[in-house]
Design a binder for this molecule. Structure first.
Ligand SMILES: C[S@@+](CC[C@H](N)C(=O)[O-])C[C@H]1O[C@@H](n2cnc3c(N)ncnc32)[C@H](O)[C@@H]1O
Length: 257
């Protein structure tokens, strides 16, 4: 049975305001096929009607296509490189800095950056913005409450210093929370803010087509101040950074020239 993705993508754009054309087709269509079947629908027309009528089915669909996997200090060694560039290059140059964690899922990434600033006595010097397309993860990010298995990369010292444990859950402390603001932002359809000294955008462009990635790199360049840095995921190297006005300064970190 062939599925009418053309119809479905148009329907999703019109009704849910998400541009699925920007994502890699094969991967995305496999995921849509799987989640559609689990709803009991036999065609994308039927599935779109279910999504429209049933909030639970709509939430499951959105959750499934957006892939929210994340961790604190995801690839810690790369965060160590980020920390040394931030402390040795960015802070001395700019003093007060704006940092954007784009596609931040449930907030582990922006809170990781807040921990790095705090550890370096830079709490008052950095403002962090965490954004994502998905309202549900943003709600969780704002609450800052995590389960034990979401804490796996953190040291005991970090947990003691930055979290309070209540009823078996880990609550981000208020000092850290005050450093981070969360806001909805779609990397494909929304306008990008400017004036950032560092942008962290990891483990999301892998889901996008090449032309979408290029558009994002161009916009990231414009959002950074000259000398600002762009931190990508471990599988998201930019092969031609010079074309976008970036210079590679570390394995996954690029600087606006
Ligand atoms: C795999 S998670 C990455 C989280 C975090 N950056 C990390 O590396 O741990 C991908 C996130 O991208 C978000 N996302 C997917 N499409 C997006 C878009 N068009 N604009 C903004 N965020 C998007 C998803 O909702 C999800 O939270």
């Amino acid at each position: 049975m062939g599925l009418d993705y053309d119809f479905f993508y148009k329907w999703v754009r019109k009704n849910l305001n998400i541009d699925l054309n920007a994502y890699k087709d094969k991967q995305l269509q496999r995921r849509i096929g799987t989640i559609m079947k689990s709803s009991g629908a036999n065609s994308l027309e039927e599935y779109s009607r279910l999504i429209e009528m049933d909030k639970e089915i709509r939430d499951i669909f959105l959750d499934y296509i957006t892939i929210n996997v994340t961790e604190f200090f995801r690839n810690r060694e790369i965060f160590e490189e980020f920390e040394s560039i931030l402390v040795e290059d960015i802070i001395p140059k700019f003093r007060n800095i704006n940092i954007w964690s784009a596609a931040c899922s449930i907030g582990s990434e922006p809170y990781t950056i807040a921990m790095i600033l705090d550890k370096n006595n830079l709490r008052g010097k950095g403002k962090i913005l965490g954004t994502d397309i998905d309202d549900n993860v943003l709600k969780r990010a704002g609450r800052g409450i995590y389960s034990e298995n979401e804490m796996k990369n953190l040291t005991e010292e970090e947990i003691r210093r930055f979290f309070a444990i209540e009823d078996g859950k880990y609550h981000v402390n208020n000092e850290l929370k005050k450093m981070v603001n969360f806001k909805k932002h779609d990397l494909i359809l929304d306008r990008y803010e400017k004036g950032f000294h560092a942008i962290i955008c990891r483990n999301v462009t892998i889901y996008f087509k090449n032309e979408t990635k290029d558009m994002i790199y161009k916009k990231m360049y414009e959002s950074l101040v000259p000398g600002g840095i762009f931190f990508t995921g471990a599988t998201e190297s930019i092969y031609n950074p010079g074309e976008f006005g970036f210079k590679k300064i570390s394995t996954f970190i690029y600087q606006r020239m």
